[in-house]
Design a protein around this ligand. Structure first.
Ligand SMILES: NC(=O)c1ccc[n+]([C@@H]2O[C@H](COP(=O)([O-])OP(=O)(O)OC[C@H]3O[C@@H](n4cnc5c(N)ncnc54)[C@H](O)[C@@H]3O)[C@@H](O)[C@H]2O)c1
Length: 440
Protein backbone atom coordinates (compact mmCIF):
# COMPACT_ATOMS: atom_id res chain seq x y z
CA UNK A 1 0.00 0.00 0.00
CA UNK A 2 1.36 3.32 -1.00
CA UNK A 3 1.58 5.08 2.30
CA UNK A 4 2.08 8.88 2.76
CA UNK A 5 4.31 7.96 5.66
CA UNK A 6 6.75 6.40 3.32
CA UNK A 7 6.97 9.17 0.69
CA UNK A 8 5.46 12.68 0.78
CA UNK A 9 7.81 14.76 -1.22
CA UNK A 10 6.86 13.98 -4.74
CA UNK A 11 4.35 16.88 -5.00
CA UNK A 12 6.83 19.49 -3.84
CA UNK A 13 9.58 18.49 -6.27
CA UNK A 14 10.06 21.15 -8.98
CA UNK A 15 9.59 20.21 -12.47
CA UNK A 16 12.98 19.57 -14.01
CA UNK A 17 12.71 22.48 -16.50
CA UNK A 18 11.39 25.28 -14.27
CA UNK A 19 13.72 28.15 -13.09
CA UNK A 20 14.40 28.31 -9.36
CA UNK A 21 16.81 31.06 -8.13
CA UNK A 22 18.94 30.27 -5.09
CA UNK A 23 17.72 32.23 -2.00
CA UNK A 24 20.19 35.12 -1.23
CA UNK A 25 20.44 34.91 2.53
CA UNK A 26 22.53 38.10 3.36
CA UNK A 27 20.37 40.32 1.17
CA UNK A 28 17.27 38.98 2.80
CA UNK A 29 18.84 39.82 6.17
CA UNK A 30 19.51 43.43 5.09
CA UNK A 31 16.36 44.09 3.14
CA UNK A 32 14.05 43.66 6.10
CA UNK A 33 15.39 46.55 8.24
CA UNK A 34 15.70 48.75 5.15
CA UNK A 35 12.11 48.04 4.21
CA UNK A 36 11.16 48.71 7.84
CA UNK A 37 13.05 52.00 7.90
CA UNK A 38 11.52 53.18 4.70
CA UNK A 39 8.05 52.17 5.77
CA UNK A 40 8.23 53.79 9.26
CA UNK A 41 10.30 56.85 8.21
CA UNK A 42 13.06 55.73 10.53
CA UNK A 43 15.68 56.63 7.90
CA UNK A 44 14.70 60.25 8.28
CA UNK A 45 15.20 60.02 12.05
CA UNK A 46 18.67 58.51 11.62
CA UNK A 47 19.70 61.23 9.17
CA UNK A 48 18.46 63.98 11.48
CA UNK A 49 20.40 62.37 14.35
CA UNK A 50 23.61 62.33 12.31
CA UNK A 51 23.19 65.99 11.40
CA UNK A 52 22.60 67.04 15.05
CA UNK A 53 25.62 65.06 16.28
CA UNK A 54 27.85 66.54 13.57
CA UNK A 55 26.78 70.08 14.43
CA UNK A 56 27.25 69.44 18.16
CA UNK A 57 30.79 68.11 17.83
CA UNK A 58 31.83 70.78 15.37
CA UNK A 59 31.14 73.56 17.91
CA UNK A 60 32.28 71.61 20.98
CA UNK A 61 35.39 73.23 22.54
CA UNK A 62 38.48 71.10 22.78
CA UNK A 63 39.74 70.25 26.28
CA UNK A 64 42.28 72.45 28.05
CA UNK A 65 45.71 71.42 27.01
CA UNK A 66 44.80 70.90 23.39
CA UNK A 67 45.93 74.29 22.19
CA UNK A 68 48.41 72.62 19.90
CA UNK A 69 45.53 70.95 18.15
CA UNK A 70 44.06 74.23 17.13
CA UNK A 71 42.84 75.96 20.33
CA UNK A 72 42.88 79.70 20.44
CA UNK A 73 43.54 80.26 24.13
CA UNK A 74 40.26 81.95 24.87
CA UNK A 75 37.46 81.06 27.24
CA UNK A 76 34.37 79.01 26.58
CA UNK A 77 30.66 79.13 26.73
CA UNK A 78 29.72 75.67 27.84
CA UNK A 79 31.39 72.60 29.25
CA UNK A 80 31.67 69.26 27.53
CA UNK A 81 31.95 67.31 30.80
CA UNK A 82 28.82 67.12 32.96
CA UNK A 83 29.55 68.43 36.44
CA UNK A 84 27.75 65.50 37.99
CA UNK A 85 30.59 63.24 36.86
CA UNK A 86 33.21 65.29 38.73
CA UNK A 87 33.91 65.69 42.39
CA UNK A 88 33.75 69.17 43.96
CA UNK A 89 37.41 70.04 43.51
CA UNK A 90 37.57 68.72 39.97
CA UNK A 91 34.33 70.52 39.23
CA UNK A 92 35.77 73.85 40.38
CA UNK A 93 39.02 73.34 38.50
CA UNK A 94 37.15 72.23 35.44
CA UNK A 95 34.81 75.22 35.45
CA UNK A 96 37.61 77.63 36.26
CA UNK A 97 39.85 76.23 33.57
CA UNK A 98 37.11 76.36 31.00
CA UNK A 99 35.93 79.80 31.86
CA UNK A 100 39.26 81.43 32.59
CA UNK A 101 41.98 81.53 29.99
CA UNK A 102 44.47 82.58 32.69
CA UNK A 103 43.71 79.41 34.62
CA UNK A 104 43.65 76.90 31.84
CA UNK A 105 46.88 75.31 30.82
CA UNK A 106 45.73 75.03 27.28
CA UNK A 107 42.85 76.37 25.34
CA UNK A 108 39.94 75.72 23.09
CA UNK A 109 38.09 77.54 20.46
CA UNK A 110 35.38 80.08 21.05
CA UNK A 111 32.37 79.30 18.95
CA UNK A 112 31.79 82.05 16.46
CA UNK A 113 29.72 84.87 17.92
CA UNK A 114 29.93 83.56 21.50
CA UNK A 115 31.94 85.34 24.18
CA UNK A 116 33.94 83.84 27.03
CA UNK A 117 31.72 83.09 30.02
CA UNK A 118 32.85 84.49 33.36
CA UNK A 119 32.69 82.92 36.76
CA UNK A 120 29.83 83.46 39.19
CA UNK A 121 31.29 85.17 42.22
CA UNK A 122 29.89 86.27 45.58
CA UNK A 123 31.58 89.16 47.35
CA UNK A 124 30.35 89.49 50.92
CA UNK A 125 30.92 93.01 52.18
CA UNK A 126 31.11 94.06 48.52
CA UNK A 127 29.54 97.46 49.19
CA UNK A 128 32.39 98.39 51.53
CA UNK A 129 35.72 100.06 50.82
CA UNK A 130 37.88 97.11 49.68
CA UNK A 131 34.92 95.01 48.46
CA UNK A 132 33.66 97.64 46.02
CA UNK A 133 37.10 97.98 44.36
CA UNK A 134 37.30 94.19 44.09
CA UNK A 135 33.83 94.13 42.51
CA UNK A 136 34.97 96.71 39.93
CA UNK A 137 37.87 94.48 38.89
CA UNK A 138 35.76 91.32 38.70
CA UNK A 139 33.09 93.08 36.64
CA UNK A 140 35.80 94.45 34.37
CA UNK A 141 37.07 90.88 33.87
CA UNK A 142 33.65 89.76 32.70
CA UNK A 143 32.51 87.77 35.74
CA UNK A 144 29.00 87.74 37.19
CA UNK A 145 29.11 89.28 40.64
CA UNK A 146 26.67 89.03 43.52
CA UNK A 147 27.31 91.49 46.34
CA UNK A 148 25.98 90.41 49.73
CA UNK A 149 26.02 93.24 52.26
CA UNK A 150 23.99 94.45 55.24
CA UNK A 151 25.21 98.05 54.72
CA UNK A 152 26.51 98.37 58.27
CA UNK A 153 29.55 100.26 57.00
CA UNK A 154 29.09 99.74 53.26
CA UNK A 155 27.28 102.14 50.93
CA UNK A 156 25.15 101.56 47.85
CA UNK A 157 26.97 104.50 46.25
CA UNK A 158 30.12 102.36 46.13
CA UNK A 159 28.55 99.90 43.68
CA UNK A 160 25.77 101.99 42.14
CA UNK A 161 27.66 102.34 38.87
CA UNK A 162 27.01 98.62 38.22
CA UNK A 163 23.23 98.87 38.65
CA UNK A 164 21.53 97.89 35.41
CA UNK A 165 24.37 95.59 34.36
CA UNK A 166 22.84 92.11 33.99
CA UNK A 167 26.02 90.54 35.40
CA UNK A 168 25.64 92.44 38.68
CA UNK A 169 23.34 91.72 41.63
CA UNK A 170 23.12 93.32 45.05
CA UNK A 171 21.51 91.49 47.97
CA UNK A 172 20.88 93.14 51.34
CA UNK A 173 21.68 90.28 53.65
CA UNK A 174 23.42 89.75 56.97
CA UNK A 175 25.97 86.92 56.72
CA UNK A 176 25.10 85.87 60.25
CA UNK A 177 22.04 84.31 58.56
CA UNK A 178 22.54 81.39 56.13
CA UNK A 179 22.25 81.98 52.41
CA UNK A 180 22.14 79.63 49.43
CA UNK A 181 23.52 80.73 46.07
CA UNK A 182 25.01 78.80 43.14
CA UNK A 183 28.48 80.26 42.68
CA UNK A 184 32.04 79.32 41.74
CA UNK A 185 33.97 81.59 44.11
CA UNK A 186 33.27 83.35 47.41
CA UNK A 187 35.31 86.36 48.49
CA UNK A 188 34.35 86.72 52.16
CA UNK A 189 34.99 90.31 53.27
CA UNK A 190 31.90 91.06 55.35
CA UNK A 191 33.07 92.48 58.67
CA UNK A 192 33.49 96.01 59.98
CA UNK A 193 37.20 96.79 59.65
CA UNK A 194 37.76 100.05 61.48
CA UNK A 195 38.10 100.15 65.28
CA UNK A 196 35.28 102.70 65.57
CA UNK A 197 32.87 100.33 63.85
CA UNK A 198 33.97 96.98 65.25
CA UNK A 199 33.98 98.28 68.81
CA UNK A 200 30.49 99.79 68.32
CA UNK A 201 28.88 96.35 68.80
CA UNK A 202 31.62 93.87 69.73
CA UNK A 203 29.24 90.92 70.10
CA UNK A 204 27.91 91.50 66.60
CA UNK A 205 31.49 91.82 65.32
CA UNK A 206 32.55 88.45 66.69
CA UNK A 207 29.28 86.89 65.53
CA UNK A 208 29.94 88.21 62.02
CA UNK A 209 33.44 86.75 62.12
CA UNK A 210 32.44 83.38 63.52
CA UNK A 211 28.84 82.65 62.48
CA UNK A 212 29.12 84.66 59.26
CA UNK A 213 32.29 82.81 58.24
CA UNK A 214 30.70 79.46 59.17
CA UNK A 215 27.71 80.24 56.97
CA UNK A 216 29.87 81.20 54.01
CA UNK A 217 32.11 78.14 54.44
CA UNK A 218 28.96 76.00 54.60
CA UNK A 219 27.84 77.55 51.33
CA UNK A 220 31.26 76.92 49.76
CA UNK A 221 31.10 73.28 50.82
CA UNK A 222 27.56 72.82 49.56
CA UNK A 223 28.05 74.28 46.09
CA UNK A 224 31.73 73.37 45.65
CA UNK A 225 32.91 76.98 45.50
CA UNK A 226 36.41 78.24 46.26
CA UNK A 227 36.44 80.41 49.39
CA UNK A 228 38.75 83.32 50.21
CA UNK A 229 38.85 84.82 53.71
CA UNK A 230 40.05 88.37 54.19
CA UNK A 231 41.81 88.08 57.52
CA UNK A 232 43.97 90.79 58.98
CA UNK A 233 47.38 91.72 60.31
CA UNK A 234 45.53 92.11 63.63
CA UNK A 235 45.88 88.35 64.09
CA UNK A 236 49.50 89.15 65.05
CA UNK A 237 48.21 91.40 67.87
CA UNK A 238 50.97 93.56 69.31
CA UNK A 239 53.72 91.57 67.59
CA UNK A 240 56.93 90.55 69.33
CA UNK A 241 58.50 89.69 65.99
CA UNK A 242 59.28 92.27 63.35
CA UNK A 243 58.52 92.28 60.46
CA UNK A 244 55.72 89.74 60.73
CA UNK A 245 55.99 86.51 58.78
CA UNK A 246 53.02 84.22 58.25
CA UNK A 247 54.50 81.56 60.52
CA UNK A 248 54.44 83.94 63.51
CA UNK A 249 51.54 83.00 65.83
CA UNK A 250 51.02 86.48 67.24
CA UNK A 251 50.64 88.18 70.57
CA UNK A 252 46.95 88.83 71.05
CA UNK A 253 45.00 89.87 74.12
CA UNK A 254 41.95 87.58 74.21
CA UNK A 255 39.91 89.82 76.54
CA UNK A 256 40.68 93.34 75.33
CA UNK A 257 38.45 95.83 73.53
CA UNK A 258 39.90 94.85 70.15
CA UNK A 259 39.54 91.11 70.78
CA UNK A 260 36.12 90.89 69.09
CA UNK A 261 37.96 91.70 65.86
CA UNK A 262 41.40 90.13 66.45
CA UNK A 263 40.18 86.91 68.01
CA UNK A 264 37.17 86.88 65.70
CA UNK A 265 39.48 86.84 62.67
CA UNK A 266 41.73 84.24 64.28
CA UNK A 267 38.70 81.99 64.78
CA UNK A 268 37.61 82.68 61.19
CA UNK A 269 41.04 81.47 60.04
CA UNK A 270 40.68 78.34 62.20
CA UNK A 271 37.25 77.58 60.74
CA UNK A 272 38.56 78.12 57.23
CA UNK A 273 41.39 75.64 57.73
CA UNK A 274 39.07 73.12 59.42
CA UNK A 275 36.68 73.20 56.46
CA UNK A 276 39.67 72.77 54.18
CA UNK A 277 41.15 69.82 56.06
CA UNK A 278 37.89 68.25 57.19
CA UNK A 279 35.55 68.85 54.29
CA UNK A 280 37.93 69.37 51.36
CA UNK A 281 36.76 72.93 50.72
CA UNK A 282 39.14 74.90 48.50
CA UNK A 283 40.19 77.84 50.65
CA UNK A 284 42.51 80.86 50.55
CA UNK A 285 43.52 83.12 53.44
CA UNK A 286 44.77 86.69 53.05
CA UNK A 287 46.14 88.65 56.01
CA UNK A 288 45.58 92.24 55.01
CA UNK A 289 47.69 95.07 56.38
CA UNK A 290 46.53 98.72 56.55
CA UNK A 291 44.98 99.69 53.24
CA UNK A 292 43.82 103.11 52.06
CA UNK A 293 42.20 104.63 49.00
CA UNK A 294 39.04 106.19 47.59
CA UNK A 295 35.70 105.10 49.16
CA UNK A 296 37.11 104.60 52.67
CA UNK A 297 34.69 105.73 55.35
CA UNK A 298 35.27 109.45 55.96
CA UNK A 299 34.95 109.23 59.75
CA UNK A 300 35.85 105.59 60.27
CA UNK A 301 38.67 106.24 62.73
CA UNK A 302 41.38 104.63 60.61
CA UNK A 303 44.52 106.68 60.69
CA UNK A 304 44.84 107.61 56.98
CA UNK A 305 41.17 108.57 56.60
CA UNK A 306 41.32 110.48 59.91
CA UNK A 307 44.35 112.53 58.91
CA UNK A 308 43.02 113.27 55.41
CA UNK A 309 39.56 114.33 56.64
CA UNK A 310 41.01 116.46 59.43
CA UNK A 311 43.51 118.18 57.14
CA UNK A 312 40.77 118.88 54.57
CA UNK A 313 38.51 120.33 57.28
CA UNK A 314 41.41 122.43 58.62
CA UNK A 315 41.26 120.54 61.93
CA UNK A 316 44.41 119.35 63.74
CA UNK A 317 45.41 115.74 62.92
CA UNK A 318 44.94 113.48 65.94
CA UNK A 319 48.03 111.44 66.83
CA UNK A 320 47.65 108.88 69.63
CA UNK A 321 50.65 108.35 71.94
CA UNK A 322 53.98 109.78 70.83
CA UNK A 323 53.30 109.13 67.14
CA UNK A 324 56.31 106.82 66.86
CA UNK A 325 54.24 103.65 66.40
CA UNK A 326 54.65 102.40 62.83
CA UNK A 327 52.26 101.14 60.18
CA UNK A 328 52.55 100.11 56.56
CA UNK A 329 50.12 101.60 54.07
CA UNK A 330 48.96 99.78 51.01
CA UNK A 331 46.99 101.34 48.18
CA UNK A 332 43.71 99.54 47.51
CA UNK A 333 44.44 98.55 43.88
CA UNK A 334 47.55 96.68 45.05
CA UNK A 335 45.46 94.77 47.58
CA UNK A 336 42.78 93.85 45.03
CA UNK A 337 45.45 92.51 42.67
CA UNK A 338 46.87 90.40 45.53
CA UNK A 339 43.45 89.03 46.49
CA UNK A 340 42.68 88.00 42.92
CA UNK A 341 46.07 86.36 42.43
CA UNK A 342 45.56 84.47 45.67
CA UNK A 343 42.09 83.30 44.68
CA UNK A 344 43.22 82.11 41.25
CA UNK A 345 46.49 80.60 42.45
CA UNK A 346 47.26 77.18 43.85
CA UNK A 347 48.23 78.13 47.40
CA UNK A 348 46.03 78.18 50.48
CA UNK A 349 48.09 80.65 52.48
CA UNK A 350 47.90 82.47 54.78
CA UNK A 351 49.55 85.27 52.82
CA UNK A 352 50.50 88.69 54.14
CA UNK A 353 49.18 91.32 51.72
CA UNK A 354 50.56 94.71 52.60
CA UNK A 355 53.11 97.32 51.71
CA UNK A 356 56.37 96.73 53.58
CA UNK A 357 57.23 100.45 53.46
CA UNK A 358 57.09 101.45 57.14
CA UNK A 359 55.94 104.89 58.34
CA UNK A 360 55.58 106.33 61.84
CA UNK A 361 52.33 108.19 62.49
CA UNK A 362 54.32 111.43 62.47
CA UNK A 363 55.84 110.62 59.06
CA UNK A 364 52.37 109.86 57.73
CA UNK A 365 51.14 113.20 59.07
CA UNK A 366 54.00 114.88 57.18
CA UNK A 367 52.99 113.23 53.87
CA UNK A 368 49.36 114.31 54.44
CA UNK A 369 50.56 117.86 55.12
CA UNK A 370 52.61 117.85 51.91
CA UNK A 371 49.60 116.60 49.93
CA UNK A 372 46.81 118.71 51.44
CA UNK A 373 47.88 121.58 53.65
CA UNK A 374 51.46 122.46 54.71
CA UNK A 375 50.07 124.39 57.69
CA UNK A 376 48.08 121.49 59.14
CA UNK A 377 48.59 121.01 62.89
CA UNK A 378 48.99 117.85 65.01
CA UNK A 379 47.02 117.16 68.19
CA UNK A 380 48.62 114.55 70.52
CA UNK A 381 46.23 112.35 72.57
CA UNK A 382 46.81 109.42 74.97
CA UNK A 383 47.22 106.09 73.20
CA UNK A 384 44.26 103.70 72.91
CA UNK A 385 44.21 100.29 74.60
CA UNK A 386 46.00 97.44 72.79
CA UNK A 387 47.18 99.68 69.94
CA UNK A 388 50.08 97.74 68.39
CA UNK A 389 53.44 99.52 68.39
CA UNK A 390 54.82 98.13 65.16
CA UNK A 391 53.27 96.62 62.11
CA UNK A 392 55.15 95.68 58.97
CA UNK A 393 54.49 92.72 56.70
CA UNK A 394 57.08 90.32 55.46
CA UNK A 395 55.74 89.64 51.96
CA UNK A 396 58.42 87.18 50.80
CA UNK A 397 55.84 84.38 50.53
CA UNK A 398 53.45 86.44 48.40
CA UNK A 399 56.32 87.57 46.17
CA UNK A 400 57.54 84.03 45.61
CA UNK A 401 54.29 82.10 45.34
CA UNK A 402 51.87 84.69 43.95
CA UNK A 403 54.34 86.81 42.03
CA UNK A 404 52.80 89.80 43.79
CA UNK A 405 54.13 92.93 45.42
CA UNK A 406 52.67 96.41 45.87
CA UNK A 407 53.34 98.97 43.16
CA UNK A 408 51.76 102.21 44.40
CA UNK A 409 53.77 104.33 46.85
CA UNK A 410 52.10 106.42 49.58
CA UNK A 411 53.04 109.64 47.80
CA UNK A 412 51.35 108.41 44.60
CA UNK A 413 48.29 106.83 46.23
CA UNK A 414 47.42 109.53 48.74
CA UNK A 415 46.49 112.22 46.17
CA UNK A 416 44.03 109.76 44.54
CA UNK A 417 42.35 109.25 47.90
CA UNK A 418 42.39 112.97 48.69
CA UNK A 419 40.57 113.74 45.42
CA UNK A 420 37.73 111.38 46.39
CA UNK A 421 37.62 112.64 50.00
CA UNK A 422 37.60 116.27 48.93
CA UNK A 423 34.53 115.57 46.81
CA UNK A 424 32.74 113.76 49.63
CA UNK A 425 33.72 116.17 52.42
CA UNK A 426 32.90 119.38 50.55
CA UNK A 427 30.59 118.24 47.76
CA UNK A 428 31.11 119.25 44.14
CA UNK A 429 30.38 122.96 44.61
CA UNK A 430 32.87 123.54 47.40
CA UNK A 431 35.39 121.32 45.69
CA UNK A 432 35.48 123.58 42.65
CA UNK A 433 35.94 126.65 44.87
CA UNK A 434 38.71 124.89 46.85
CA UNK A 435 40.40 123.87 43.62
CA UNK A 436 40.16 127.42 42.32
CA UNK A 437 41.54 128.96 45.50
CA UNK A 438 44.36 126.44 45.84
CA UNK A 439 45.41 126.88 42.23
CA UNK A 440 45.28 130.66 42.44
N1 LIG B 1 40.97 98.04 54.91
C1 LIG B 1 41.91 97.55 55.65
O1 LIG B 1 42.89 98.22 55.95
C2 LIG B 1 41.81 96.12 56.14
C3 LIG B 1 42.85 95.60 56.88
C4 LIG B 1 42.77 94.30 57.33
C5 LIG B 1 41.68 93.53 57.02
N2 LIG B 1 40.66 94.04 56.29
C6 LIG B 1 39.50 93.19 56.04
O2 LIG B 1 39.00 93.42 54.74
C7 LIG B 1 37.57 93.33 54.75
C8 LIG B 1 36.97 94.57 54.13
O3 LIG B 1 37.39 95.68 54.87
P1 LIG B 1 37.02 97.18 54.44
O4 LIG B 1 38.17 98.00 54.78
O5 LIG B 1 36.49 97.20 53.08
O6 LIG B 1 35.87 97.47 55.49
P2 LIG B 1 34.43 98.10 55.26
O7 LIG B 1 33.84 98.34 56.63
O8 LIG B 1 34.50 99.25 54.34
O9 LIG B 1 33.66 96.93 54.54
C9 LIG B 1 33.06 95.87 55.23
C10 LIG B 1 31.75 95.55 54.53
O10 LIG B 1 31.13 94.45 55.18
C11 LIG B 1 29.76 94.75 55.39
N3 LIG B 1 29.31 93.98 56.56
C12 LIG B 1 29.71 94.11 57.84
N4 LIG B 1 29.09 93.21 58.62
C13 LIG B 1 28.28 92.49 57.78
C14 LIG B 1 27.37 91.40 57.98
N5 LIG B 1 27.16 90.89 59.20
N6 LIG B 1 26.71 90.93 56.92
C15 LIG B 1 26.90 91.46 55.69
N7 LIG B 1 27.73 92.47 55.44
C16 LIG B 1 28.42 92.98 56.48
C17 LIG B 1 29.73 96.25 55.61
O11 LIG B 1 28.47 96.83 55.42
C18 LIG B 1 30.76 96.71 54.60
O12 LIG B 1 30.17 96.91 53.34
C19 LIG B 1 37.17 93.09 56.20
O13 LIG B 1 36.92 91.73 56.41
C20 LIG B 1 38.37 93.53 56.98
O14 LIG B 1 38.48 92.86 58.20
C21 LIG B 1 40.70 95.33 55.84
Amino acid sequence: MGSELIYRGHDAQPAPDTYSPKPDKPLLWLSRPIRYMLREQRLLCVLVGIVITTVFFSILPSKPGTAALGGSGSGYSFDPVPYSSLNRLEEYQHRAAYHHPMLSSGAGKVPLGLKRKGLRIVVTGGAGFVGSHLVDRLMQRGDSVIVVDNFFTGRKENVMHHFGNPRFELIRHDVVEPLLLEVDQIYHLACPASPVHYKFNPVKTIKTNVVGTLNMLGLAKRVGARFLLTSTSEVYGDPLQHPQVETYWGNVNPIGVRSCYDEGKRTAETLTMDYHRGAGVEVRIARIFNTYGPRMGIDDGRVVSNFVTQALRKEPMTVYGDGKQTRSFQYVSDLVEGLMRLMEGEHVGPFNLGNPGEFTMLELAEVVKETIDPNAKIDFRPNTEDDPHKRKPDITRAKELLGWEPKVSLRKGLPLMVKDFRQRVFGDQKESSTTTSSSS
